[in-house]
Design a protein around this ligand. Structure first.
Ligand code: FE
Length: 203
């Protein structure tokens, strides 16, 4: 079923903004656990032949929580890059809102930049909840769960969000997602499991 996608960079690539230790725990422990639980629950629910996005969109309960977290994290890794780039103007003007909404979000969750109705907007979601269930298309996301930043920033979520926006965010990926939201190119998709792509080829 679903594989854990490898990080698209080395574990130490985002130092000092994100430590090797954080990325090792976050990817190898947290993300892996979500993928493995999704596989178990999806299999029990007879959903082996489906892509992850479809499972996220129409499942509930534990299957939804784990499938959405598996998807959110795979998307999140792509939202970061070791090749620092300043934010393009359309995104730079969202910085204050992005940091404020992320900082004031109560508890665990995610802060997203989404494209909806031809505009960019900031949306936060609680726990596993995901932009896949919201109106519009996800462009970029930052993880607000403490496991994402506590080893490096302790309780200072604002410092995490500022460092992330200024030094880690992958604006080329954001621009690609934005173009895809307008029908130009492919949006991010979770790697299709082998059994599903084999079925599709033989269909
Ligand atoms: Fe996380």
């Amino acid at each position: 079923m679903f594989d854990l996608p490898p990080l698209p960079y080395r574990y130490d690539a985002l130092e000092p903004m994100i430590s090797t230790k954080t990325l090792r725990f976050h990817h190898d422990k947290h993300h892996r656990a979500y993928v493995e639980k999704t596989n178990k629950l999806a299999s029990e629910a007879g959903q082996k032949g489906r892509i992850l996005e479809d499972i996220v969109r129409d499942s509930t309960g534990d299957l939804f929580h784990n499938a959405a977290q598996a998807w959110n994290h795979a998307f999140f890794w792509e939202c970061m890059t070791p090749n620092y780039q300043p934010a393009p103007e359309a995104f730079a003007e969202l910085r204050t809102d992005f940091v404020h909404e992320g900082e004031s979000h109560f508890g665990s969750g995610w802060v997203w930049i989404m494209a909806a109705g031809g505009k960019l907007k900031i949306v936060t979601t609680h726990d596993a909840d995901t932009a896949l269930k919201k109106a519009g298309k996800p462009v970029l996301v930052c993880d607000l769960w403490e496991h994402a930043y506590y080893l490096d920033y302790q309780n200072d979520r604002k410092a995490w969000l500022e460092a992330w926006f200024d030094k880690v965010a992958n604006w080329s990926f954001a621009e690609k997602q934005l173009r895809a939201s307008k029908g130009d190119g492919e949006a991010f998709a979770y790697p299709v499991p082998e059994n599903v792509s084999a079925q599709r080829k033989s269909a």
